[in-house]
Design a protein around this ligand. Structure first.
Ligand code: RB5
Length: 146
């Protein structure tokens, strides 16, 4: 799968570790994030990744910032994006199974690299369950259209 990633200055190292991990798992990666520690504005990067994922440029997206919160707030402003900040594997599994989250966000100042790898792997291996959850995701889409 092609994974679209993005990050701000707070998460350069984590992004790099996770990109390496994604490639080890056999995924292709498109990187919209920054690669230096120079301060930047996470809304610009979150919007780019949100638009790319919503446009179907790749499969799923992963965004990193200090907490994961700012990137989730930004990405969720893009129509068609369901971004979920996850701090453990249960959240990652349910974000896919119940919410059909198409972007995972992780906080590099909150979550350690090894835990982040487990979260990413769980997120990518989990599948949307549909059924009653489909109806609820449709309701979210309806809100976007109102
Ligand atoms: C940058 O200092 C920090 O605010 C950002 O990475 C993120 O945590 C925002 O939600």
């Amino acid at each position: 799968m092609t994974i679209i990633v993005g990050n701000d200055h707070a998460a350069v190292n984590m992004k790099e570790e996770i990109v390496t991990y994604l490639k080890e798992l056999g995924h292709q990666v498109v990187n919209y994030g920054v690669d230096t520690a120079q301060s930047c504005d996470y809304p610009e990067i979150g919007e780019k990744v949100g638009q790319a994922v919503a446009a179907g440029e790749g499969g799923l997206g992963i965004l990193f910032c200090g907490t994961g919160i700012g990137m989730a707030i930004v990405a969720n402003k893009v129509r068609g994006v369901r971004a979920a900040v996850c701090t453990d594997t249960t959240m990652a599994r349910l974000a896919r199974q119940h919410n059909n989250a198409n972007i995972l966000t992780i906080g590099a100042r909150i979550t350690g690299t090894e835990a982040a790898k487990d979260i990413v792997r769980t997120y990518l291996e989990s599948e949307f369950e549909g059924g009653r959850h489909e109806q609820r995701v449709d309701m979210i889409r309806d809100i976007e259209n109102r």
